[in-house]
Write a protein that binds this ligand. Structure first.
Ligand SMILES: *Cc1c(COP(=O)(O)O)cnc(C)c1O
Length: 327
């Protein structure tokens, strides 16, 4: 039995075939429009937050504390959910430049009334959990009850969002009369891949589930995904395990680093928008689909017939890098 959730996302999200892109690559590529789960909470994080925030409410919380980069889609979605439910939110955002003009996700964070707590990249790396706990105790002193959501809501409870997404995909396969033998998604904190890969195993679906990482490296995420799925199994009371070796992460497309773009990635995003009328983001989906395209050319997907690419959102991340595009 899955834990309970709140219902906010626009589900199920549509699946569409990318006709011209498929023709170019010589295999069928479909897209699952998880970029359309909402407006304020668009993208993949709302699927996870539906479970995390339900757990927060069940524990009597009135405040959400979470963390991410300055342009975190996850933090923006959490701020939107908090405001919608009449809760407060505090976002611990990583930046070197606290005086930066609000743009993209950060602009919406402010619009939605989140309290923003900037920390340096060093503090983010070494002590973000401690900082969130300190903020939590300040709220407790003020008579409020805060619930801490880890980066990307990529823990056991949040990952139920993508176990559910796999069930949604299986339902849609029946409606569409197509079996997706291969799933591809961008990996940033691991929860999306963990949910899809673990569901694939639990329900014996036999799909190839491929994550393309946008930070860190393959072995980091193979281990991370295995840890997350162990937490999921705990909630389910299941003894199923996913070993790191069973998690497929295609490395090689981090490029200049997290949230840093190369010209070929930005050109790909532009050309893809014009080809399919579908806009990718520079931090996750653009790198992922660019990497997928390169791997198809190398022959890494020769056994795939019907590929489902999960468009996990991130559109607002385009605006702060507007000057880097050659349009
Ligand atoms: C967070 C995010 C991802 C990565 O998902 P994880 O579950 O964190 O690995 C992919 N795409 C977008 C747009 C995101 O915001």
């Amino acid at each position: 039995m899955y834990p309970n959730k709140i219902t906010l996302a626009n589900l199920p999200t549509r699946i569409e075939k990318l006709e011209r892109f498929s023709e170019q690559l010589g295999l069928n590529v479909f897209v699952k429009r998880d970029d359309m789960t909402g407006t304020e909470w668009s993208g993949n994080k709302i699927r996870k937050l539906e479970f995390s925030v339900r757990e927060a409410l069940d524990q009597g919380a009135d405040t959400l504390i979470t963390c991410g980069g300055l342009q975190s889609n996850h933090c923006r979605a959490a701020a939107a959910v908090a405001a919608r439910l009449g809760m407060q939110s505090c976002l611990v955002l990583r930046t070197d430049d606290p005086n930066i003009l609000p743009d993209g996700n950060h602009l919406l964070d402010r619009m939605l009334g989140a309290r923003i707590h900037f920390i340096t990249p060093q503090d983010y790396r070494s002590r973000r959990s401690e900082i969130m706990r300190e903020i939590g105790s300040e709220y407790a002193k003020a008579g409020r009850k805060a619930y801490i959501i880890p980066e990307g809501a990529s823990n056991g409870i949040g990952t139920f969002g993508y176990l559910s997404c796999m069930q949604e995909i299986v339902q849609q396969e029946q409606e569409l009369g197509v079996i997706f033998d291969t799933l591809v998604d961008a990996v940033g904190s691991g929860g999306t891949l963990a949910g899809l890969a673990f569901a694939n195993k639990l329900y014996h679906l036999g799909k190839r589930v491929v994550g393309i990482n946008v930070c860190d490296d393959a072995s980091f995420f193979q281990n991370r995904v295995a840890q997350i799925t162990a937490e999921v199994a705990g909630y389910l009371g299941s003894d199923a395990v996913l070993d790191p070796g069973e998690v497929e992460v295609l490395d090689g497309y981090v490029g200049r680093g997290y949230a840093l773009s190369r010209k070929e990635e930005l050109d790909f995003i532009r050309d893809f928008a014009r080809l399919e009328g579908l806009v990718l983001d520079p931090v996750y989906t653009g790198k992922c689909l660019y990497g997928f395209t390169e791997e198809v050319k190398k022959g890494s997907f020769q056994t795939s017939q019907n590929v489902l690419f999960i468009h996990t959102g991130g559109l607002l991340g385009l605006f702060p890098v507007r000057e880097q595009f050659d349009l």
